[in-house]
Design a protein. Structure first.
Length: 135
């Protein structure tokens, strides 16, 4: 097992339609993230920086009583050679450790447009936010 994959429990890869870009996800119990790699003419790959997706739920993290329990950013599908849909899922706890604690699962999708080394977020949508039992 390559050292970069030690402790990884989940791996997902999605090729762009022209096979010139690879969206690669790796994650574990508490979270995971997606990287995009561009295929160069010489057959090697170089990484492309993805922008942070500012989820509306993130504003709640300003309160120190709230915490992320887990957070995953996975490639869902390529809409074109330059547009990748990401699915962001996770769990957040409000008023952690207090009798009023509430836990929610969330899911968002967003498109990432990749153009000449730049990446921009478009079409951010909340799919769900559901209260769930703590454990």
């Amino acid at each position: 097992v390559p050292a970069a994959l030690t402790g990884v429990e989940d791996i997902t890869a999605a090729w762009a339609p022209d096979s010139r870009r690879l969206a690669f996800y790796r994650g574990g119990m508490s979270g995971g993230t997606t990287e995009v790699w561009n295929l160069l003419d010489n057959g090697s790959f170089n990484p492309q920086q993805l922008p942070e997706v500012a989820l509306p739920i993130a504003k709640d993290m300003a309160d120190p009583a709230n915490e992320w329990i887990n957070d995953y950013v996975r490639p869902e599908k390529w809409l074109s050679n330059d547009e990748l849909v990401l699915k962001m899922t996770g769990r957040i706890s409000y008023a952690t450790g207090k009798p009023t604690e509430k836990v929610y699962d969330y899911e968002y999708t967003a498109s990432i447009i990749l153009d000449r080394g730049e990446a921009t977020v478009t079409n951010l949508k909340e799919v769900k936010k559901t209260q769930v039992p703590r454990y």
